[in-house]
Ligand binder design. Structure first.
Ligand code: CS2
Ligand code: MG
Length: 407
């Protein structure tokens, strides 16, 4: 089973996606997700210019060897572009191997460790009424865990809050199609004052059972994050996510020493090394990496097995900028590992679902990758050509005095 062709497909149904298609000499097709939000074409070029030529003629069964070859032979290791490119090759090879075996991928990873994967949905609102409506909508859709984000009085646009009324009520897409990133504003003191009152209101309305999550999106210093974690303790969060910028692992030591609110981190990390201190010193509770950005199934399996030794669980990143191919890869891994925690499920739009035909299911709050051989996702190339690439950027933040802050 040698690789005969490798092609990079860029398509933009509801948003931009980069997909790697590998074809073997015996006619099997494997898919890998290489989407890096706002920097899509860099990964497409990395693959087309530097990886595709190396793949032709290689034995598609040699997944570990191919991973090591791509990681070590580049000399320049790590980084989101490199690791997304390696991930795409790795996931496409796992898709091929599972198709060749006639099994869903999770079977090759050891088989199912559970019946389904608890997923959390996103709720947001510009005020309490909108937020409560949004939570009710998610509950009606079957979600049993909810991420809560709200506007902050005095700040015009806040991460995670859906577009103004008139838009489809559940749709929140962080990247906007434009030639320049949108500018948003930020005020940490206003945020720290407001968020605990939101969780108090949500708990009062929806009761103590519902798992609630919150994403801080890298905005705080360690001491600010420690305070927020403490202030949120009465509302029993499932996790507080990305509370500080991720580069400094030791920042979490200070946060940890002040609060029992569980901590999740890592959607912008791309290797196990980004977690080394966090895991061995048990500074976090959940690993937020995406298969797509962290070197694929091969690397994520090692990362999550390492985390398991320290009772740290998975919380795989599942926003809309992970394509259905990357999403399915995460679901197969989630089902197989022992230390599954929760899975984010942001739900793709109709156009994306037209381009990527999927077999994973969402029933009563639980995701399942399905039982088709391989990943269970096929890209419809004809449909993909209808949606050419459109430049899109994530927003960025400035403080009131104009200083650039973390988005
Ligand atoms: C977010 C993402 O899902 C999350 O937790 O932080 O929506 C994130 O903003 C995007 O994936 C950025 O590409
Ligand atoms: Mg996040």
């Amino acid at each position: 089973m040698n690789i005969a062709t490798a092609a990079v497909i860029v398509t933009s149904p509801d948003r931009n996606f980069v997909t790697l298609k590998l074809t073997t000499d015996d006619g099997l097709v494997g898919w890998g997700d290489a989407t890096l939000n706002g920097r899509e074409l860099s990964v497409a070029s990395y693959l087309t210019d530097h990886v595709v030529p190396l793949l032709i003629g290689r034995d598609a069964h040699r997944i570990e060897d191919t991973w090591q070859f791509l990681y070590r032979s580049a000399y320049w290791r790590r980084g989101p572009v490199t690791m997304a490119a390696i991930a795409a090759v790795d996931v496409a090879l796992w898709d091929l191997k599972a198709k060749a075996a006639g099994m869903p991928l999770y079977q090759l990873l050891g088989g199912a460790s559970r019946n389904g994967l608890m997923a959390y949905g996103h709720a947001s609102g510009r005020d309490q009424e909108e937020l409560f409506d949004s939570i009710r909508l998610r509950l009606d859709q079957g979600f049993r865990s909810i991420r809560v984000q709200t506007s902050i009085p005095g700040i015009d646009a806040v991460y995670g809050v859906r577009a103004p009324a008139g838009d489809e009520p559940t749709r929140y897409e962080p990247a906007q199609r434009s030639a320049q990133p949108m500018e948003e504003d930020w005020d940490t003191r206003a945020y720290l004052r407001h968020i605990p009152t939101v969780f108090e209101a949500v708990r009062n309305e929806f009761g103590p059972e519902l798992p609630l999550l919150h994403d801080v999106h890298h905005r705080l210093t360690p001491i600010q994050a420690a305070r927020l974690g403490k202030d949120l303790e009465p509302y029993d969060l499932f996790w507080m996510e990305d509370c500080t910028p991720a580069e400094n692992q030791d920042a979490l030591r200070l946060v940890r020493s002040h609060t029992t609110t569980p901590l999740a981190i890592g959607e912008v990390f791309n290797t196990i090394w980004d977690y080394q201190t966090l895991i061995k010193d048990q500074l976090i509770d959940y690993v937020r990496s995406a298969v797509t950005h962290t070197g694929g199934i091969t690397a994520m399996r090692k990362l999550l097995d390492y985390a398991a030794q320290y009772q740290i669980k998975s919380g795989i990143h599942g926003p809309t900028d992970i394509s259905p191919v990357g999403m399915a890869a995460g679901l197969h891994l989630d089902l197989a590992i022992h230390n599954f925690g929760i899975q984010e499920y942001m739900q793709h739009g109709d156009l994306t679902n037209e381009v990527f035909r999927q077999t994973f299911t969402f029933t009563k709050g639980y995701l399942h990758p399905g039982n088709e051989p391989g990943l269970g996702v096929e890209l419809d190339e004809e449909a993909a050509t209808k949606y050419p690439y459109k430049p899109a950027y994530l927003p960025y933040n400035r403080l009131k005095d104009g200083t650039v802050h973390d988005w």
